[in-house]
Design a protein around this ligand. Structure first.
Ligand code: FCB
Length: 500
């Protein structure tokens, strides 16, 4: 079993590493090369032309789909990706400061030191949100602004910034949705073992408690941990995110502690207020067999365990999936770290599940992956809107009627500023097709209450630096001027019409 486990994990690590390398190489190549690459892929796998990100939609074309009254139209960001002001008002260093300042870790050595300077320009950004007509805005709180070293008395200046932001949203009739942790662990806690240390989960609960006591009821929806899986896979398996480790055994230990931290934060909110709601934010990937046959099906099932059930089952069923535990083996660091009562903490009832959908995964009989659809500028992302429908309906089937919000969905496009305009038809097509899939899920009875585009603004895309532009709003980095793209104008109309 342990041989199989090691083989499996090493294979996954190798695969992920090569996918990451491919992503870095193609994103660094010229636009022409990227387009030629995806065209070649497109003809090789004969994709649905509807999914082509380069297809220009009719700007006026309407699908005639109305969303339920009160549907939450939103956009999302995260602290390190937009705030900048890295050394201001008592903010401490996070693992992303360290990582981005380490030579060779991010494209072009880009860092979040300035990012899009949201910390100073948040009023401008709030006004842009109001002009878009957003009903909900999802942002994250930087732990190291609240506790520079990750412990102790909270830093009032850090709390004040988020108070101003939250009040600014409420004054504009936009519902705040705050994520407690979007990957920026205080560096001091990393030095003390990071998420490999169980203690860090308890520090997280204390931090959450400070934040809840300062802002709790003003924020109707709290999200605990953004994409624990990405920390596990990118941070600890193939190392292209902070803290940059390549250690499969540590990776799943980290998974358990992230889940534990989630559960402890849920209990902390319940102790602080009964008014706000809380849930996890999971990036879920529908996994499909790449070919027919029992072997591909079995490999897909296990892949799904690592991608989805590890995080879903622990929260919603109070158990880790047996196939994943078996694959890891009884002697694995994760399995040995699970204590009596942990799963009870992790499965403390939540009020909603935040789903982040970007791509499907096609699994081969040997447990590898292949691409089936054209990719966006991010070569890990295959464009397949039906995957969103499949995931939303599957959650309801497997986990019941938990209220759902989509907290991230979007793609990077090769945008250029032309005078005062940015034309990004590929984003309009992508959003429209994914919203149509979301609408189908609602029609099938899925309790989906809101949708957030990733992202409000172009921003620091982690190891990809500023090269990939994911925003509805273009940021001219030399001047930091904001220019709503054509997709932003389109989205404003979607919101006003409550439909596509
Ligand atoms: C998600 C992250 C978000 C952003 C998008 C493109 O995995 O949560 O910060 O990087 O991908």
């Amino acid at each position: 079993m342990s041989v199989l486990t090691r083989r499996h994990l090493l294979r996954r690590a190798a695969l992920s590493a090569s996918a990451a390398t491919a992503a870095r190489v193609s994103a660094g190549a010229s636009t022409t090369a990227a387009v030629v690459g995806s065209a070649a892929l497109a003809s090789a796998c004969d994709p649905d032309p509807e999914s082509d990100p380069n297809r220009v939609p009719e700007p006026e074309s309407r699908l005639g789909l109305r969303f339920p009254d009160g549907f939450g139209w939103g956009a999302a960001t995260s602290a390190y990706q937009i705030e900048g002001a890295a050394k201001e008002d008592g903010r401490g260093e996070s693992v992303w400061d360290t990582f981005s300042h380490t030579p060779g870790k991010t494209r072009g050595g880009d860092t979040g030191d300035v990012a899009v300077d949201h910390y100073h320009r948040y009023e401008t950004d709030l006004d842009l949100m109001r002009e878009l007509g957003l009903r909900t805005y999802r942002f994250s709180i930087s732990w190291s602004r609240i506790q520079a070293d990750g412990t102790g008395t909270p830093n009032q200046r850090g709390l004040d910034f988020y108070r101003r932001l939250v009040d600014g949203l409420l004054a504009r009739d936009i519902a705040p949705m705050a994520t407690l942790f979007h990957w920026d662990l205080p560096q001091s806690l990393q030095d003390a073992g990071g998420w490999e240390s169980r203690e860090v989960a308890y520090r997280f609960a204390e931090y959450a408690d400070h934040v809840f006591r300062a802002l709790g009821e003003s924020v109707p929806v709290w999200l605990t941990i953004n994409e624990p899986k990405t920390v596990v896979q990118n941070g600890y398996l193939h190392g292209h995110h902070a803290p940059g480790h390549r250690d499969p055994a540590a990776a799943y230990l980290v998974a358990h502690h992230l889940q534990l931290a989630h559960g402890l934060a849920v209990s902390a909110l319940r102790a602080a207020t009964a008014k706000s709601r809380i849930g996890p934010a999971l990036n879920l990937h529908p996994c499909y067999p790449a070919v027919e046959g029992a072997e591909a099906e079995a490999a897909t099932r296990l892949y799904d365990g690592y991608e989805n059930r590890l995080y879903l089952d622990s929260v919603f069923k109070g158990s880790y999936p047996v196939d994943v535990l078996d694959d890891l083996g009884p002697d694995s660091r994760m399995v040995r770290a699970i204590r009596d009562g942990d799963l009870k903490i992790i499965s403390a009832p939540v009020d909603l599940l935040a789903v982040q959908y970007y791509t499907p995964i096609y699994v081969t009989p040997s447990g590898g992956t292949v691409r089936r659809w054209p990719t966006s500028e991010a070569t890990w992302q295959q464009i397949y809107p039906d995957g969103m429908y499949d995931m939303l309906t599957r959650i309801q089937r497997d986990y019941g009627d938990v209220p759902l919000t989509i907290t991230e969905n979007g793609l990077p496009t090769a945008d250029t500023l032309d005078g005062d305009t940015v034309d990004d038809p590929g984003r309009i097509t992508f959003l429209r097709d994914h919203l149509a899939a979301a609408h189908r899920a609602i029609a099938a009875g899925v309790p989906l209450e809101s949708y957030h585009v990733w992202s409000l603004l172009d921003n620091f895309e982690w190891n990809e630096g500023y090269e990939q532009r994911w925003g509805l709003i273009y940021v001219d980095y030399p001047t930091l001027r904001r220019i709503p793209k054509r997709s932003a104008h389109w989205y404003r109309r979607v919101i006003a019409d409550n439909g596509i």
